[in-house]
Design a protein around this ligand. Sequence first.
Ligand code: MD6
Ligand code: FE
Length: 205
Amino acid sequence: MTAATLTIAQDVSLLRGFAAPTGPLVLAIESIAGRAPFRHLETRSGGRMSVAMTNCGPWGWHSDARGYRYVGRDPLTGECWPPLPLPFLALAAQAAALGGFPGFEPDACLVNRYVPGAQMGAHRDWDELDKRHPIVSISIGLPALFLWYGAQRQGRPIATLVEDGDVVVWGGSARAGYHGVRKLPPGEHPAAGSLRYNLTFRRAR
Ligand code: MD6
Ligand code: FE
């Protein structure tokens, strides 16, 4: 699989179409959600996230009144998170290597589901133990604007259209960067219907 590698910012790469075709990924997500249902997590301040989330892999990202953390079991069911499918692992490792981070072995995959109107405010991924590992993020379904703020949470972000099959890889000097996703416009996509999914792979522990 070849892909155009574009640079969004230093150590932030966009691999256009690298994860296409995404039909098999959508089927895998539906299977994961059959065991660990999508849910709208609460923030520490009592808000409800507009993006619905679930996880697969040894560790899952969770948020509630106690804050953000990784948990080894789904708090909703008490069961372990569904396993990380091998094709997911291969895709994430290959994308990381193309982005300049060889040897990536994720142990957590956060699955985000956006309906039109859902958005993700500026944040940074900072709950992982060893920040030397990169993050790999796969976009599926409806296109969205990915916002890169960089070192500061405020200011005007760099907006990049992320479409079905696009992969964003970052790490190194960008690992602490603030980022978000603009409010999803309505639409229809052949693989994902009226939804956008995002798979974010991390090394949590
Ligand atoms: C999303 N992505 O694209 C949300 N985080 O739906 C993220 O928050 C993200 O794309 C860390 C690294 C890459 C990302
Ligand atoms: Fe993030």
